[in-house]
Design a protein around this ligand. Structure first.
Ligand SMILES: [Zn+2]
Length: 152
């Protein structure tokens, strides 16, 4: 994201707002000249990395969030539309708050918040596994284990 004033490529996000679906309006501040400018960025154009608890980085993947939410909502009265809405909400919050890297903890907390409003059982399932693992990938696996155990 080049500064329109001095062409510096390093800037930081100082404010952002989802203006329409999948387009993020960001106020940026140039790290060289300190001037501020506005950008409109499609989410696909600004790929985010997720920082896991062991400090490794993986690409942000909404399908992983979906897997976690769907597993937590298994056999609960929650429609696919509600799940989609929650994923979109979490994704938007992530892109608004972070520029390049998002801690996996942030994603987990946002999913917890959303599930708490949707369904208490799904929330408790997700939160109990999440709190001990702190990582979306890990808790998807653990939730799937819990699910298979409860059926045997
Ligand atoms: Zn500049």
């Amino acid at each position: 994201m080049l500064c329109p004033f001095c062409r510096e490529s390093e800037s930081k996000v100082v404010d952002s707002r989802g203006s329409q679906e999948f387009v993020i309006r960001r106020r940026r501040e140039c790290l060289a000249c300190g001037r501020r400018f506005t950008t409109y960025e499609k989410m696909e154009e600004s790929p985010l990395k997720v920082v896991k608890k062991d400090d490794s980085r993986v690409p942000f993947d909404r399908e992983k969030i979906r897997a976690g939410i769907e597993t937590a909502c298994y056999k609960r009265p929650i429609s696919p539309d509600q799940i989609e809405e929650l994923i979109n909400k979490v994704e938007l919050e992530v892109y608004e708050a972070f520029d390049r890297e998002v801690p996996s903890r942030f994603i987990g907390e946002k999913v917890c918040e959303g599930l708490r409003q949707l369904d208490q059982v799904a929330f408790v399932r997700f939160a109990s596994v999440y709190r001990s693992f702190q990582d979306v990938d890990d808790f998807v696996e653990e939730l799937q284990l819990l699910r298979s155990r409860s059926h045997s």
